[in-house]
Design a protein around this ligand. Structure first.
Ligand code: AMP
Ligand code: MG
Length: 313
């Protein structure tokens, strides 16, 4: 069900859920200080209780409502990357609801850039928990119709067009003057290190962890097989009928439909989930996908595709 801005704000204030557009993917939003509202997010998404939620806020001034510490390093990163596809995990104030942080001692915060969602945040005055508006482990939505298709027509959706970034935010945990990368996104490690003035702490024992980063994630219903080269993919398709292919730049398979995405990580990311949704709708036996090149700017896309393909590995 489509709702307009005023209806979305009224619903959120009443403790109801609304799917909202962001520049990364559509989020299933609810008041992050309302336990009942948050329970609806977990129920609708069938999200495991140990997977915490990102709280979306309008301004840096609101960080102090949620985080117990906003260190100079965290402030530097916030200044460089907010508003945008960047999430900071910071030590939480004790009063932040346990259901938001899934029992962790930290809270994840993001200021999104999408104009409509900025307006929702500003006019409601709320912090909004908003994980991707899809069933847990399935493909993330980048349009209002993806949300309706994945969660059902009864879920209210604020339509803000197609998401411009197209994959989930980069997540960075900051404790004092140390930072760690918890999830890759289109803002890469090198850009963060440059702003931080130091490399990430890669100590495996370090906390916080990023719970909920399961190997099977971001996944279509149809199984996926990844190929390191175009020719391997094309060869496979000649002996396996009923497949659909996704290739980067040029190329096609003779035995089925081929989707081609641009050979540029940013424009490819913008179209990636929509293309996977379209491929999934064709009820093919298998989706054959050309793996991106081994260069750092493709790492986030590689991460999503390898998780999406996990069940066929
Ligand atoms: P999403 O489902 O895209 O909204 O992303 C939520 C992800 O953010 C979770 O799966 C966690 O990996 C990470 N996250 C959220 N809150 C925290 C937290 N308090 N500590 C560590 N990671 C978090
Ligand atoms: Mg998600």
């Amino acid at each position: 069900m489509r709702v307009n801005l005023e209806q979305a704000i009224a619903k959120l204030k009443r403790g109801e859920v609304v799917a909202i557009p962001t520049e990364t993917v559509y989020g299933l939003a609810a008041d992050a200080s309302n336990e009942n509202a948050l329970q609806q997010i977990y129920a609708i998404k069938e999200r495991p209780a140990n997977n915490p939620l990102i709280v979306h806020i309008a301004t840096k001034a609101q960080v102090g409502d949620w985080a117990a510490e906003f260190s100079p390093l965290a402030q530097k990163l916030a200044h460089a990357f907010w508003p945008g596809a960047f999430t900071l995990v910071l030590p939480a104030k004790p009063e932040v609801l346990k259901i938001v942080r899934a029992g962790e001692s930290t809270v994840a915060l993001r200021i999104p850039e999408h104009a409509m969602t900025q307006q929702v945040l500003k006019e409601s005055g709320l912090g909004l928990a908003a994980p991707s508006a899809n069933k847990s482990t399935q493909l993330s939505p980048t349009t209002a119709s993806h949300v309706a298709h994945g969660l059902g027509e009864h879920v209210p959706v604020l339509d803000g067009g197609a998401c411009k970034i197209g994959i989930e935010s980069t997540i960075v945990a900051v404790e004092g003057d140390e930072w760690r990368l918890l999830r890759l996104g289109m803002i890469g490690e090198a850009a963060i290190a440059l702003v931080a003035g130091k490399p990430a702490n890669k100590n495996k024992q370090a906390t916080p962890r990023a719970p909920g980063q399961h190997l099977l994630h971001y996944s279509p219903i149809t199984p996926i097989k990844l190929f390191d080269s175009k020719s391997d993919l094309i060869d496979f398709a000649t002996t396996h009928k009923g497949c659909v292919a996704l290739m980067i730049g040029d190329g096609e398979i003779a035995s089925g439909k081929t989707f081609n995405l641009p050979n540029n990580p940013h424009t490819l990311a913008e179209k990636l989930y929509d293309t996977l949704h379209q491929m999934d709708a064709l009820n093919a036996a298998l989706l054959l996908i050309e793996a991106p090149p081994n260069q750092t700017e493709w790492l986030a896309i590689k991460d999503r595709l390898s998780r999406a393909s996990h069940k066929t590995l």
